[in-house]
Design a protein around this ligand. Structure first.
Ligand code: ADP
Ligand code: TRP
Length: 322
């Protein structure tokens, strides 16, 4: 099976992104042929500064490498290194009814908030369809919020196949929605999210991680009071990091009383820092060697190109462009 997913270079990854998405994406490289890309064409709808765009793209690329994406197992590339994407997006655009795009939430939200939307935001789902169809992807791992875009991808593919059939031009991809993953709480107890400003970034400095963990909101139960481990953000986060035995011990001390939030915060901060020690060191190595990053990027682009060329040729032939 061929797996494909894209990640927008829109800023530093947080712990919610890691446990909710990235960790699972990377694990898929072991069993499948995987393609992952940094979706910089998509990010143009929000990032409007060349230097920021380049930096974010580089950062997202090395973040994935540092977190275990192995270029020997998976193809990691930057979307704009394969400009064929944009040609395919145009071919698809010509068979996509306006109505399908008008009902898309990302576009509707912006319009409802009274913010003027660019055509790029409107056409975004067609570009996403091109991203996916260009690689004959079978399975696309994404968060729940992308379900609608995946449906449009399938609809557009079927439409193109029907219009230009009988030979099948595009393979219909299936979404792989990670909807049974726990929601990781942020510093204020709400879902950890960039838009709430309540995040702990994976590659924050250890000192910053300690400072942020101290800010996590708890009730004011004293050390000796029994506490419900299922009603505490510190515990919800700690479960992501602790070993089974340690967790049993801490949960017992919660229920019996005898563990305070101060101690829990120290434990949690230490656990987060220790968990990402390896990736942090790896990341520093990649950052110190931009030539090596550039080489991985060029190799990824070449492999992605090889896959994309075949599919684009099929599409061009089907509609008489070649
Ligand atoms: P943000 O809310 O910070 O903007 P995104 O929407 O860019 O995050 O999320 C990227 C991916 O990370 C999504 O597929 C989503 O499933 C996952 N994710 C984000 N925040 C969390 C969280 N708090 N808990 C679990 N998964 C999350
Ligand atoms: N739209 C996705 C997001 O915002 C990113 C993305 C772009 C993507 N193209 C893709 C994901 C293709 C999967 C497949 O998270």
């Amino acid at each position: 099976m061929r797996i494909l997913s894209g990640i927008q270079p829109s800023g530093a990854l947080h712990i919610g992104n890691y446990f909710g998405a990235i960790r699972q994406y990377i694990a898929l490289q072991e069993e499948h042929e995987a393609f992952y890309f940094i979706a910089n064409y998509h990010a143009l709808t929000s990032v409007r500064d060349a230097a920021t765009m380049r930096r974010n793209t580089f950062d997202a690329f090395v973040d994935l490498l540092a977190l275990g994406l192995d270029p020997a197992k998976a193809t990691l590339f930057v979307q704009s290194d394969v400009p064929e994407t944009v040609e395919l997006a145009w071919l698809l655009t010509t068979v996509t009814p306006m109505g399908w795009l008008e009902k898309c939430v990302s576009f509707k939200d912006k319009v409802q908030q009274g913010i003027p939307a660019e055509h790029g935001l409107f056409a975004y789902p067609v570009l996403m369809a091109a991203d996916i169809l260009l690689y004959d992807a079978d399975l696309v791992p994404v968060g729940q919020d992308q379900r609608q875009h995946l449906e449009i991808t399938r609809d557009v593919a079927e439409r193109f196949n029907n219009v230009y059939g009988p030979a099948e031009v595009f393979r219909l991809p299936k979404p792989y929605i990670l909807d049974n993953v726990a929601v990781v709480p942020g510093l204020d107890g709400r879902k950890m999210s960039k838009s709430y400003g309540n995040t702990i970034e994976i590659f924050d400095d250890p000192a910053v991680i300690k400072k942020k963990v101290k800010k996590i909101v708890t009730d004011s139960a004293p050390v000796e009071a029994p506490k419900d481990p299922d009603k505490c953000s510190l515990m919800a986060l700690y479960r992501l990091f602790a070993g089974a035995e340690d967790l049993d011990d801490v949960e017992r001390r919660y229920r019996e009383g005898g563990i305070g939030y101060g101690e829990m915060k120290t434990r949690l901060a230490d656990a987060i820092i220790a968990r990402f020690d390896g990736p942090r060191a790896l990341r520093a190595e990649w950052v110190a060697d931009p030539d090596r990053v550039a080489k991985v990027r060029a190799e990824g682009a070449e492999r992605a190109h090889a896959a994309a060329r075949t599919v684009l040729a099929r599409a061009r032939t089907a509609c008489g462009m070649a």
